[in-house]
Design a protein around this ligand. Structure first.
Ligand SMILES: [Zn+2]
Length: 107
């Protein structure tokens, strides 16, 4: 992984891919807290009455932001006839996600 903040010792990062992950680095070490910080960042509920997640929760962040969901949303909009310069990229990504991980529902 290449990133611009190598010299930083205090920072937080968020990774969005098939899921959503996050970490906090404090004084150069991974911060691990008690019960106050949800270690499954992508499963933080952002909409309490949202759709159910595979984790058993509702409205988890990754239901709205993980790549399969983003791709699904773009595909739905393309099928509705909305033009987008993302179309070729999304169609190529569909093949990648279907081969390596769970595809977004309905794809
Ligand atoms: Zn969840």
């Amino acid at each position: 992984m290449v990133w611009a903040g190598r010299e930083l010792t205090n920072f937080a990062y968020v990774v969005i891919d098939a899921g959503v992950g996050a970490g906090i680095i404090v004084d150069g070490h991974l911060f691990v807290s008690g019960a106050d910080l949800n270690p499954e960042f992508g499963h933080t509920s952002v909409q309490s009455d949202g759709p159910y997640c595979a984790c058993g929760g509702r409205g988890c962040l990754e239901l709205y932001t993980a790549m399969p969901r983003l791709i699904q949303h773009i595909v739905e909009e393309l099928r509705r006839g909305r033009a987008s310069s993302l179309a070729p990229l999304v169609m190529a990504s569909l093949g990648n996600y279907n081969r390596r991980g769970p595809a977004a529902p309905g794809l």
